[in-house]
Design a protein around this ligand. Sequence first.
Ligand SMILES: NC(=O)c1ccc[n+]([C@@H]2O[C@H](COP(=O)([O-])OP(=O)(O)OC[C@H]3O[C@@H](n4cnc5c(N)ncnc54)[C@H](O)[C@@H]3O)[C@@H](O)[C@H]2O)c1
Length: 239
Amino acid sequence: MEYSNRTALITGASEGIGRATALMLAKRGVDTVLLDVKEDRLLSLEAEIKALGRRALAIVCDMGDETAINAAVAKANKFAKIDILVNNAALWRNECKPFVNTSPESWKQRWMVNVWGLMYLTQKLLPPMLEQRWGRIINVSSVAGRYGIANMVDYSTTKGAVHSFTKALAKETSPYNVLVTSVSPGNVGNGQLLQNELSYIGRESSYDEQAEMICFLASENASYCSGQDFQVDGCRKKM
Ligand SMILES: NC(=O)c1ccc[n+]([C@@H]2O[C@H](COP(=O)([O-])OP(=O)(O)OC[C@H]3O[C@@H](n4cnc5c(N)ncnc54)[C@H](O)[C@@H]3O)[C@@H](O)[C@H]2O)c1
């Protein structure tokens, strides 16, 4: 896969899919700006990437906080021109419960990180991409946004919004070669076995299996992919 001296900013980079994506991009020659709330893990990832011989910058940033995002964008712009944005951070490890038992406060918290923060950061990083006529924006969504998951109504709602944002923004930016896509993982983890309706492959995906799709969409090779969702769900039944 080709990347030609690009720099990527990845949100939620400390763990899981974000961490796997940052490491995979770095191994393929991309410099990285790493955003997360978990400082220790972020700093150790920064060190790991630098040891690979690539430039990396860790920035502690809460994606629900406008002031923190503004400060992060200023630091990132000093470090490099951002060509690739991977909007991966999300609040999803909430307890599952029926919608009637959820609180408006929790909907708001999830919305601020999963949708508002994603939109705010994208708007800040978009103008230079449009100007240079090259950009890749990959939004990590979920099968929850495609099908809706019971007892995760507020989360499913935010991921549905990420799909709509992707499709609408892509129509504005694709003429400028700023390509916008989303990736919808199914169940991700350590390969635990799953029932057929969750994956006919029969297991969870690894974090690297999700990162592979994100890294492809971030590359030069994905030059005709925009406005679409790419579902990486191991052949899941529509539920
Ligand atoms: N793991 C799954 O089964 C699964 C399935 C479908 C979709 N997804 C999506 O994939 C993405 C990554 O999920 P994951 O499984 O790697 O999750 P994770 O919880 O392991 O990692 C998410 C990262 O985001 C960070 N984060 C959380 N809140 C933040 C905030 N306010 N500001 C900045 N960073 C913040 C966390 O610290 C963490 O490092 C998310 O968008 C999630 O919705 C995951």
